[in-house]
Design a protein around this ligand. Structure first.
Ligand SMILES: Nc1ncnc2c1ncn2[C@@H]1O[C@H](COP(=O)(O)OP(=O)(O)OP(=O)(O)O)[C@@H](O)[C@H]1O
Length: 256
């Protein structure tokens, strides 16, 4: 019997170079995320983490290097419904009066292709809201939610299409311990389903048991790519510049 053909990586970024505001920000990044793998992207403020994930979703163009998504070169890739993206903490409300259910439903657009919402679309929205503990707030306006609750809504929106690759940019920022645990449980369920996950983090925190690989950026280059150091956060990894403040009484592992 022959071995099964290995699945193509969900993300394969090679020698990525990109600039922002005319200044070089990514200076030859290699990043691979395989199906079922959870990769944490770590590094000091300004090291290029958000720019890397924006390059992966195509919102920051590469000046040099290659990007393949699920084995397809970026230029030919059209299957964006396979990817769920949670941007760095912004407001989900953005001045538009929308309910929690409406915001999460937009994550289902690629599936129902402008047809009326079917029962299975509604069930998927309910399941995603339930996964993040927001089903009871489905009819509320997103503007009336706290920042952490809005973050949960954005996560539900990314989950509702059952993506094969989930990309989250600092999902733990400003999120309390209970919500962090909800997110950790949600991610575990996604990984058990076979999804690949790419997370920008400052601390591994409650996600630590889920992380297969830590990629640490330093000044737009990869300083470390390997297993995360157990029971520690970013501080113990090579390439970490300790630039974010710790309040005296706050456990460091909860700081964003
Ligand atoms: N829209 C922009 N225009 C110009 N420069 C930008 C822009 N966005 C980011 N940069 C610059 O690119 C560099 C990398 O930023 P990036 O947001 O990727 O870092 P990061 O590692 O995600 O940082 P943080 O941990 O603070 O979120 C920084 O020097 C930043 O000032």
């Amino acid at each position: 019997m022959t071995d099964p053909i290995p699945l193509a990586p969900a993300v394969r970024l090679r020698d990525a170079v990109a600039s922002r505001g005319g200044r070089p920000v990514l200076r030859g990044i290699d990043l691979t995320v395989r199906p079922g793998e959870v990769v944490a992207l770590l590094g000091a403020n300004g090291s290029g983490k958000s720019t890397t994930v924006k390059a992966v979703i195509g919102s920051v163009p590469l000046e040099h290097g290659t990007l393949d998504l699920f084995g397809t070169p970026y230029r030919s890739f059209r299957a964006w419904h396979r990817i769920g993206y949670v941007p760095q903490r912004t407001t989900a409300a953005s001045g538009v009066p929308a309910t929690v259910r409406e915001v999460v439903s937009t994550g289902r657009l690629a599936q129902h292709r402008l047809l009326p919402f079917r029962r299975k679309d509604r069930a998927a929205v309910d399941a995603a809201l339930d996964a993040v503990g927001m089903l009871d707030r489905a009819g509320d306006g997103v503007a009336d939610l706290s920042g952490g609750q809005q973050q949960r809504v954005l996560i539900a929106r990314a989950l509702v299409g059952s993506p094969e690759l989930l990309i989250m940019d600092e999902p733990m920022a400003g999120v309390d311990a209970a919500s962090q645990q909800v997110l950790a449980d949600t991610l575990r369920a996604e990984v058990d389903r076979g999804a690949a996950v790419l997370l920008v983090l400052h601390e591994l925190g409650p996600l630590e048991p889920l992380i297969d690989r830590a990629v640490v950026l330093r000044d737009g280059c990869v300083a470390h790519d390997g297993p995360p150091v157990p029971n520690t956060g970013l501080h113990a990894l090579p390439g970490h510049d300790h630039v974010h403040p710790h309040a005296d009484l706050t456990p460091p592992r909860l700081l964003a």
